[in-house]
Design a protein around this ligand. Structure first.
Ligand SMILES: [Zn+2]
Ligand SMILES: [Zn+2]
Length: 154
């Protein structure tokens, strides 16, 4: 059996409080307490499963401030690294940095004033206000790990 298939079997046994279901993508659903995993056919699959599992183990849920989402991504990768060494899977630092960069770019894009391009701060869950010109703008909802599916321009 391929190591990744064995890993999923072990995780199901070791974490009975979490449901594992095959899906189209790697995703932690806090409301369903379910880890959906995508195709297990590439070298990132183990890292992504351990990362999503970490969101679950750390109780990651809804958030009110975008910076919290970035911090949750970072802590989920730290936990995934620990799980990786427990289960014998190496997670590359490059992959983690690429993933976190996506979130940093996203945060930067959201917090840039749509009127004058100065930096804004988040005043409500979906609203930012510019520190320079006081302009306010709305942003969309983003869920845990959802960003990875978008190709954000760098
Ligand atoms: Zn502005
Ligand atoms: Zn994540």
């Amino acid at each position: 059996m391929p190591p990744i298939v064995l890993l999923v079997a072990k995780l199901k046994k070791d974490f009975p409080a979490i449901q594992f279901k095959a899906g189209d993508d790697f995703l932690w659903s806090p409301s369903e307490r379910t880890l959906y995993y995508g195709p297990l056919d590439n070298s990132d699959s183990a890292a992504l499963i351990l990362h999503e599992l970490s969101h679950g183990l750390l109780g990651h849920n809804d958030y009110r401030h975008d910076i919290t989402l970035v911090n949750m991504e970072r802590s989920a990768w730290n936990r995934a690294l620990e799980l990786g060494s427990e289960y014998g899977f190496t997670i590359s630092e490059q992959m983690i940095e690429d993933h976190l960069d996506t979130y940093r770019d996203w945060l930067h894009a959201r917090s840039t004033c749509t009127n004058c391009a100065a930096n804004g701060h988040q005043i409500r869950q979906f609203t930012y206000q510019c520190l320079a010109c006081n302009h306010k703008w709305r942003v969309n909802e983003a869920r845990i790990c959802e960003l990875r599916r978008y190709d954000l321009a760098k």
